[in-house]
Design a protein. Structure first.
Length: 189
């Protein structure tokens, strides 16, 4: 059961990663998924549960000289969720959770980027999960090093916004808030 929630959070994490901005007059276009990570945490019965998504792809077009013109997309394979709990691994693909037979992927597409200064950006976009689309704001810090941009961010999602864990899981056993963390790596163009 804990694993199920963890998988959902990982997916959300993956979506948030797509909305990363840039820094000091540099352009970033390709997301290196091998070097990038999407993880999530949530609480279940007073214990913190951790998970990740192993398979995702991202498209990034970010010029730090024009952050308002940036665009990011992220697609996450929901079947690639990883959690330690065997019950959660068995339950997460089912209809009450991710329903991966009907909705095998989750996606994020940016709609606007605001420059908050000091290499900090707010990326707003549409997150689609289980056929439901919600607008989300993703705060991102860009760390540029040796010709590589590292976009680091965190997003809190509410699972009831996407009807994840409906039915018997809609109680307080699993927290409604899922904390998604991401680290997207993109080479400088």
């Amino acid at each position: 059961m804990n694993s199920r929630f963890s998988r959902f959070f990982e997916l959300a994490g993956v979506f948030a990663i797509c909305g990363v901005s840039g820094a000091h007059a540099a352009q970033f276009t390709d997301v290196n998924t091998t070097a990038s990570t999407i993880s999530f945490t949530y609480n279940q019965m007073g214990s913190k549960v951790y998970g990740t998504f192993d398979t995702f792809k991202g498209v990034l077009d970010f010029d730090t000289a024009d952050p308002a013109g940036a665009h990011a997309e992220l697609t996450i394979d929901l079947k690639s969720i990883r959690v330690d709990d065997s019950d959660a691994r068995a339950e997460l693909p089912k209809p009450a959770w991710f329903d991966t037979a009907t909705y095998p992927t989750a996606s994020f597409e940016s709609t606007r980027v605001k420059d908050h200064g000091n290499d900090r950006y707010l990326i707003t976009g549409n997150l689609t999960l289980r056929g439901l689309t919600r607008e989300v704001d993703v705060p991102v810090l860009l760390k540029a090093q040796d010709g590589v941009g590292i976009f680091v961010g965190e997003l809190v999602l509410k699972r009831d916004d996407f009807k994840i864990g409906d039915g018997e899981w809609a109680d307080s056993v699993v927290s409604n808030e899922i904390n998604i963390q991401f680290r997207m790596v993109a080479p400088q163009r």
